[in-house]
Design a protein around this ligand. Structure first.
Ligand code: 57M
Length: 361
């Protein structure tokens, strides 16, 4: 909105020229979302408490989690609201990628919202199958648009970028559509699985989103893209304004979600943040790199696949004391903050390695 309102004034007053710059708008989009979420956070927590939107803790979980019973949940609404508002204020709204990501946020957020509400009402949320079908529909719509209706990427729409190998760009044809659906839906669910300790999901979300903010900016800048020999994607730089809003909104949420948490994000937060991250990775053509950037989410999801697979295969034996992996460390005697901060450290290291791949090719 500011871009459309103030930038045209630069013809008469050169000071308004700053509204043209993605870096300027990204910085203030982040600050706006942060301030909004910090200010609105307390009100929202009070509101959630008033309407008794509290967490029901499962009986078979780690003992130390029983004290979390009744903690307000669905705090993801705060992230979604503040990041959307800040994006609408600071982004160039004529940019189609902004709307594709808003679609992902609202779509995955809507599934999570409905799931949270049904959990509150009846105890059980949506079935895994229903959730997967709905997520696949949203991801398919995003994939079909990007591959078949986006003129910007017509020349390379179905080509895959492989980290470390700049010459290798296999054209997957229609297979690429299924691949990106897998990436988007997989990330949404992996973030959801990770969201089991205070700040455990939002920390790596902030780190991964920061990494992709750098990547989209570079991909959308012709000279930087040429210098790094990465795919130049016209218009993708604007995503940095949106992703900075997510970082600001998530930092504000972390203020309240840090140990001991005053609020949980709920599925409305975890499913949407994962869906958004997957969508940004796909738009920036750094889809495979997400395995590294979002390595914490991948490890958590793999621990569940291994645990459930081995449990069935062995007739009841376990690889980990409990899955997802964070529960294994908790059961091994690590304190909750120890697990959380160590996972964050790993996320930072993975982000740094990921960024190095931009040059190492
Ligand atoms: C949701 N939800 C948290 C909160 C959050 C297949 C199986 C591995 C699935 C998995 C599962 O259901 N995962 C998805 C995980 C829950 O958090 C709520 O859910 C939202 C995210 N969707 O925002 O609203 C609990 O996590 C804790 N929490 C915090 N701080 C936070 O900031 O402490 C969450 C956010 C909260 C709170 O206790 O209630 C969750 O963990 O349920 N299932 C599991 O993760 C279960 N694992 C399991 O059953 N493992 C078995 C299987 C694989 C064979 C095994 O290893 O033997 C664990 N879930 C729980 N307790 N609650 C088991 C222990």
């Amino acid at each position: 909105m500011f871009y459309h309102f103030f930038y045209p004034l630069s013809a008469d007053y050169s000071i308004f020229n700053v509204f043209r710059y993605i870096t300027f708008r990204s910085a203030y989009a982040g600050v706006t979302a942060l301030v909004l979420s910090l200010v609105l956070g307390t009100y929202m927590i009070r509101l959630l408490q008033k309407y008794q939107i509290g967490e029901k803790i499962r009986a078979h979980g780690p003992k130390q989690h029983s004290v979390k019973s009744g903690t307000p949940t669905m705090g993801g609404m705060l992230i979604l609201f503040t990041f959307l508002l800040s994006t609408l204020l600071w982004a160039n709204l004529a940019n189609n990628y902004i709307w594709v990501i808003i679609f992902a946020a609202v779509g995955f957020g809507g599934i999570g919202f409905y799931d949270d509400l049904t959990k509150l009402k009846s105890g059980d949320g949506l079935t895994v199958r229903t959730k997967l079908i709905l997520q696949t529909i949203i991801a398919l719509a995003i994939g079909v648009y990007l591959i078949y209706f986006d003129p910007i990427r017509a020349d390379y729409a179905t080509k895959l970028t492989v980290p470390f190998f700049k010459q290798l760009q296999p054209d997957l044809g229609v297979g690429y559509l299924f691949f990106i659906v897998f990436i988007i839906v997989g990330t949404s669910n992996a973030v959801n699985l990770t969201d089991g300790l205070d700040g455990l999901a939002i920390g790596p979300i902030i780190i991964a989103t920061l990494t992709y903010t750098g990547i989209v900016y570079l991909c959308g800048h012709f000279k930087f893209a040429e210098y790094l020999d990465i795919q130049f994607i016209r218009d993708s730089g604007e995503i940095a304004v949106l992703s900075s809003s997510i970082i600001g909104a998530s930092l504000g949420f972390l203020w309240y979600n840090s140990y001991p948490a005053q609020v949980f994000m709920g599925d409305v937060g975890s499913l949407s943040l994962g869906g958004i991250l997957g969508t940004i990775a796909v738009i920036s053509k750094h889809e495979l790199l997400l395995i590294l950037v979002g390595g914490i989410f991948v490890i958590e999801a793999l621990s569940v696949i291994i645990q459930v697979g081995y449990f069935k295969y062995s007739g009841g034996k376990r690889v980990f004391k409990m899955a997802p992996l964070h529960h294994h460390f908790e059961q091994s005697g690590w304190s909750e903050p120890k697990v959380i901060v160590r996972f964050w450290i790993i996320a930072v290291v993975l982000a740094m390695i990921s960024l190095s791949t931009l040059k190492m090719r």
